[in-house]
Design a protein around this ligand. Sequence first.
Ligand SMILES: NC(=O)NC(NC(N)=O)C(=O)[O-]
Ligand SMILES: [Zn+2]
Ligand SMILES: [Zn+2]
Length: 501
Amino acid sequence: MESGKYRVLALLPILASLILLYFNIFPQDYRSGCSLLPHRHYWIASKRIVTPNAIISGAVEVKGGKIKSVVEGDEWRTNAWSHQIIDYGEAVVMPGLIDVHAHLDDPGKTEWEGFPSGTRAAAAGGITTLIDMPLNSVPSTVSEETLKLKTKAAQGRIFVDVGFWGGLVPENAFNVTALERLLDAGALGLKSFMCPSGINDFPMTNSRHIKEGLSVLAKYKRPLLVHAEIQQKAEGDLEMVGNPRSYSTYLKTRPASWEEAAIRELLAVMKDTRAGGPAEGAHLHIVHLSDARSSLELIKEAKSSGDSITVETCPHYLAFSAEEIPDGDTRFKCAPPIRDADNKEKLWEALLDGDIDMLSSDHSPSAPELKLFGEGDFLRAWGGISSLQFVLPVTWSYGRQHGISLNQLVSWWSEKPAKLAGQDLKGAIASGNHADIVVWEPEIEFELNDNHPVYLKHPNISAYMRSKLGGKVLSTFVRGNLVYQEGKHAPAACGVQILAR
Ligand SMILES: NC(=O)NC(NC(N)=O)C(=O)[O-]
Ligand SMILES: [Zn+2]
Ligand SMILES: [Zn+2]
């Protein structure tokens, strides 16, 4: 009897170590479905790892959701168990993309997109963080209360990390307390429109509102993002300009002078952001620049005078040109519009020269009915390009014709966006950072046809469908969780909400 009891007792340490081994091999995130990978501590090996200094052959050591070390060569293999190594061979390992401009339309407009489909599409496209725009959801994110509705809607429904911009609108612009409450609640910065946004509870601001917004943002050291177009003509004239099925008609209704006028108007407030200026600490970011001529020149001048400003453009301005948009194909409608082929080349030049700082998707879907495919009326169809899942292969496919490097890709899609959104632990493969990583094959070509898994709610409104692209995403890691691998998502939505503090 006694000896039997002792035998059981003697087994206890073995049992305990088996339990420990189980928890170690199958950590919480794997058991709860956050990750497709059953390890807490593992190594991602590749011959092409894009680090801030160089492209190396070696491994990224991931532990507890962070990058523990980045090592060149092969020596690290002696410290790693073979089952903890994922060897990607020649595939490119680089920081996950950070999309600072996406409209996920949740809560209230989930029939347009929503957090679950939007963030699954992001994961499949190698985007590990996205910052949601304050408009197109219902209500718009313009107060502490409406930001709380956002965070509630995102709870347990996001597959990548998501942060939120708040809206600067006439209603809150002169109300310092209201803006402070929105920023205290975690908005990463503010966004405003200088033309009608098309959304009733998101009216446009003028430069006085923007000046006020910047002075509040200065204290928080957070940015103001501006949709920089100012309407130059009365709406009434627009119907007179020609065949509404022709893209050139739409283009005439929103000439480059709209962008130029807005940026000219902003020059004075930009000055406030200079060292010693009244809004020192604030930063102004121009979203989706399309005009690569006068507007870009003004931005370059402001930058060289020491204004704290940056500018983004989007893949659709770099991939498409007005001349090739088919009649009636309203998938291509966006604001500001896609301009001529020569403008597109100039945008590439500006990007390569560093005059355009970064890229964003401006993924702005809607219900397909609003695109009026039957009529193909560019003037009446709802605008917005749908692209979230495709931005990496699109940038790469068109960029390689311009000789872009992997380091430039990382700068435009990860490093600079991380900085804009104030995310110090993201945007680079470096020890201590979040293990937000995309693994992809630049050499693989594919066609975006019906066999290609697309996770966007409405693939048919995307202008990229049917195109041939290069650069296939193999795996996406968010904070060490393998959230996507070749057509498969982790079952649970374990993305983290990013709130500024
Ligand atoms: N209401 C919108 O989603 N607007 C967006 N629409 C575009 N870009 O066509 C935008 O960012 O301006
Ligand atoms: Zn916009
Ligand atoms: Zn937008």
